[in-house]
Ligand binder design. Structure first.
Ligand SMILES: [Zn+2]
Length: 500
């Protein structure tokens, strides 16, 4: 079979010049083989890692963690709360998106048995007693850390055979035929925009984005097949990645509040709100505090939305594809929201038409997506997190989305850039490059668990990167954020559109 390390992370020479940054990719990272980002698994948070017990390096003493409202506590970078970094990464893309389509995600079922046996929660990170101080609690924590690590290793080992069997059949089938026309405007004038690999999970495979020279639409080409979508999403939001994702989405209250408040000038008291691509429903849970009188329903492709209903985060859960469900929801909602959802869809236009069905006349559609015209996209090249390959299938310039909404019978009543900017670009870029450079952490799509030396080397390299991660965090938050719009650096935009 193919060693995934042979397929990952190496860039073809051609077509990369535009988007490859010398600094990171060339560090020798390629020899280190494939692995995972782990946004979830490794996270800067885990720098220092669970294996080594060095989790507190860079620890909270820095105090940097207290600065911001929602950004990764810098103080956490070395510690175990630190999913913060990942958290932010993830959120850029908000979990939501599980949307997509695929039908294939259900196949994850075959893995369920394997991972549910892992006692993920047994040593959960909340159990540590660091707050109580003292050596005893440190010792307990170290024990819990080892336990978590062992559980995780076992779960990965259990998942490995299925992944290796999938990879045995090759990754070519994960990509469909290359498009020769723009999916947005049908123009044939396509230019290469980016070639990259899976920098988050480090699953094997190469991906390309093209840009339409006529309308500016950026899209994955060739696109993932349903099989490919299933393969690359597997264990990201669910399965192996689920707990991490859940913790991630739970921690971004201020951002969720901001999204809910964006609606207030247009409808101060909507009665009904449908959040499409709601994931585990954390946006809805927070939005209730802004709009206590509103009924929040959630829609998602995965069972996370059912969990959200059980936990009371959404009032009603719809599970499935929005375009399929929309006819039954016709004109039912004062507000339909899609936060970082459309870019994951195989067919954004269909999603917009579904939204037009579900919103009542006079109601509003609230959309937030990454902005492919952000100057960061050029500055950071493949290390710009919102490219998020291979998950992001379509990235739409704001003018395109405005036009399409108008064509459907919406009136755009607000366009926001600074408000939608999530100040994590530099932190994410440093992290992605660092992680790309370091030896891989264990992952089920690797042929075997990395040995002790590699794991130690990874830990050492990530620890060495902590100062850079801290610096990037501070620049993101305090230097760039206030100026993001003026500098053309906002990494996302938000539109509010009224259905006439
Ligand atoms: Zn086009």
């Amino acid at each position: 079979m193919t060693d995934p390390r042979d397929t990952d992370d190496r860039q073809p020479a051609a077509g990369d010049t535009d988007d490859r940054q010398p600094a990171a990719g060339d560090f020798g990272g390629r020899e280190t083989g494939a692995g995972d980002f782990g946004g979830r698994e490794t996270g800067a948070g885990d720098v220092g890692g669970r294996e080594t017990g060095a989790g507190d390096v860079g620890g909270r003493e820095t105090g940097a963690g207290d600065f911001g409202d929602r950004q990764p506590a810098a103080g956490d970078l070395g510690g175990r709360e630190t999913d913060a970094v990942n958290a932010d990464f993830r959120d850029i893309d908000a979990g939501r998106a599980r949307v997509r389509h695929v039908g294939g995600r259900e196949t994850g079922a075959r893995h369920v048995g394997a991972w549910e046996t892992g006692a993920e929660d047994a040593g959960g990170r909340e159990t540590g007693g660091r707050e109580t101080g003292g050596r005893d609690s440190d010792a307990r924590e170290a024990g819990a850390g080892r336990q978590r690590s062992g559980d995780r290793t076992a779960r990965i080992a259990a998942l490995r055979p299925a992944y290796l069997a999938d990879l045995d059949a090759g990754t070519d089938r994960f990509l469909g035929p290359r498009r020769t026309t723009c999916p947005w405007c049908a123009s044939g004038r396509l230019t290469p925009r980016l070639r990259t690999t899976d920098l988050l999970q480090h699953k094997p495979g190469r991906f390309a984005l093209d840009r339409c020279a006529d309308c500016g639409h950026v899209f994955q080409n060739p696109p993932l097949t349903a099989e490919g979508l299933e393969f690359y999403y597997r264990d990201f939001y669910d399965g192996l990645g689920e707990q991490r994702m859940n913790g991630t989405f739970g921690g971004r209250t201020a951002m969720y509040r901001g999204r809910a408040e964006a609606m207030l000038p247009h409808d101060p008291a909507p009665k009904t709100w449908l959040d499409v691509g709601t994931g585990h429903g954390h946006f809805c849970a927070t939005a209730r505090t802004v709009l206590p009188g509103t009924v929040f329903d959630g829609l998602d492709f995965t069972d996370g939305v059912e969990l959200a209903a059980r936990e009371g985060r959404v009032d009603h859960a719809y599970r499935g594809a929005f375009p399929d469900l929309a006819p039954d929801l016709a004109a039912r909602y004062d507000v339909v929201s899609m936060f970082h959802y459309l870019e994951h869809s195989t067919d954004p236009d269909r999603e917009l038409r579904a939204a037009h069905v579900a919103v009542r006349p006079g109601g509003h559609l609230l959309i937030e997506v990454p902005d492919p015209e952000s100057r960061y996209a050029r500055l950071l090249g493949r290390w710009w997190l919102p490219w998020l390959q291979p998950q992001h299938l379509h990235l739409m310039p704001v003018a395109n989305l405005r036009r399409r909404l108008a064509g459907l019978g919406f009136t755009v009543v607000a366009e926001q850039h600074a408000e939608a900017h999530d100040p994590v670009d530099l932190l994410a870029a440093v992290w992605l490059a660092l992680d790309h450079t370091a030896p891989r952490e264990d992952a089920p799509w690797l042929p075997a668990r990395p040995g002790l030396l590699r794991r130690a080397a990874r830990t050492a390299l990530l620890l060495a990167g902590v100062p850079a991660l801290l610096t990037a965090t501070l620049v993101d938050r305090f230097a760039v954020r206030p100026l993001s719009h003026r500098l053309g650096l906002s990494n996302a935009y938000r539109l509010v559109a009224r259905k006439e």
